[in-house]
Design a protein around this ligand. Sequence first.
Ligand code: SF4
Length: 681
Amino acid sequence: MDLRFGDSKPTDEERAAVDALLGPPASAWEGADDRTDTDLRWARGGREARERRDLLLPGLHALNDRVGWISEGGLAYLCRRLTVPPAEGYGVATFYAMFAVKPRPATVVHVCTDLACAARGSARVCTKIERDLGPAGSAGSGAVWQPSPCLGLCERAPAALVIRAGEAPRTAVVAPATAEAVADAATAPHEAAAEPQAAAAAPQARTPAAQPAQAGTSAALPAPTPAPRPSRASGQASGQASGQASGQASGQTANAVARTGSSAPGSALAAPEAGRDGLVLLRRVGVVDPGSLDDYRAHGGYAALRRAFALGPAGVIREVTEAGLVGRGGAAFPTGRKWAATAQQPDHPHYLVCNADESEPGTFKDRVLMEGDPYALVEAMTIAGYATGAHRGYLYLRGEYPRALRRLRTAIDRARARGLLGEDVMGQGFAFDIEIRRGAGAYICGEETAIFNSIEGRRGEPRSKPPFPVEKGLFGKPTAVNNVETLVNVLPILIEGAQGYARTGTSASTGTKLFCVSGTVARPGVYELPFGATLRELLELAGPPKTLRAVLLGGAAGAFVRPDELDVPLTFEGTRAAGATLGSGVVLVLDDSVELPRVLLRIAEFFRDESCGQCVPCRVGTVRQEEALHRIKDLTGDAAAGDIALLREVGRAMRDASICGLGQTAWNAVESAIDRLGAFK
Ligand code: SF4
């Protein structure tokens, strides 16, 4: 390969950052300063180095973490070490929002301006930050700030994330954010207040007294009492019926939650119900010490893996299939079928990829699981690897989740040290290990094939299917990709058995589901409910606003639901029948102070910004959609009719002809706002 490098040289700092990742260069061919006699006779690097191309993204992180941006010299050195053409390296570096290829200060402040934060006043915060730190993007006072898509901190909106580069990079989360707190954290991120836990340390430690509701919120909707855990027997007929059948007990639970949930700014818990009896996926969040493997085991950890070894790979797949588990990332594909299809591929090695890149605006459930119960994910990935015949699992984690990163690293290291990962897991002769790969701010990398490209060191652009990942996935090998919540569901399936697990929920949507409730509610956070509960019941738990305008269900790619539609059962089939979607479990609540056209414009802007640009319907359509919404943001009736007709035409083209789900769903929320909420009428 003919690599063309310019004259730019890395600084000592940049060289050290890359060498810390890759080790020192073995020859001048790899970028060493001195050329040895051997180098003159033998060219090293080439194929061997190219096979490490998947280290390009970690290498870019190493440069960005150390210096705060990626210079031409630093990029050239990294590319030389990996035998990657610098132009390709540049293409990858510029794909991700968290990297910069132009000089900027070491401290970067990302201020979320996405839907949940906008509903909580992020615009006001940005105005004040602008006053203190200067316009967005300007490098004043040693820090630069920039508006950001969703940071996954919606329960504490508005949120900001401060990242300071250096030998020991620092991060600080400021949420709920004020301009003053952001300015303080930008100056001294290491002195920023510690992030609150995902949940209280122990349920009994929480204050039993009622908490005041947040301004503009009330405690109740005029509706049936909530039903947190209807069983199949009461839940499968309809969500409404289930609510009536178990209303009394569930009402008590709702009241208990209302008493214990905190609504004071700054103390909002990511999982307001943590510690409540009957939780399945959240049962250890806020209860165990997330850094302690012993505590995890004392709370039932690794019982599922032991059962998996007793069942054998085929037995595990049978249990998961009979339990009816489907993917929780939005696509709802049957997990058992995916695992079986991967396991039976003759090509080897097989890989497992855990998709922890939850970037759908308003989604933060996987963060809560990873921060509060990291060993559960490690155990679940080990089981998935065992079932699918994979000996290596990649955990692709959002770059904006520093605390989850720390906890997962600790969990993986400790599991490895205790023989729960490695060459001989639990002495069962099964080899499996997990490698974390950090994303760098690209929504599209949550798409299952875009993840492969990102891990392989390419731009995170989705691939055309077929071939499907189970046949040709990561590194061209059979790969099972599962979302965090999906994987964590495997633990109760193996412990309770398929039949026991499937008793919760409905016949088509078994088990429980995590919902990310944000916006104008008293107690935002992650709630766990059995499939079949209604949207109304969920809102009762979270404390809905007095004057509800709409609920965005499923995120930016989802649909709006009206206040008179709150009895929709929260199941895959129920939301589908209602013309909505569960998506990744986003429930963004908007009161009547919301300016709907502005919300739609923000959604359109998000998709235009996050489109990878690979296919025309999406690349052009998302731009046209934003332009049309911009033109009609203050118009109604006949004045908006022409652009609404254009939006429909563009939306159809995106839905029918885009390669991946981003383009196919980019018009969903706008369409539902026009058709269901009467936007622009
Ligand atoms: S639909 Fe959009 S995001 Fe998906 S491949 Fe096409 S351009 Fe990229």
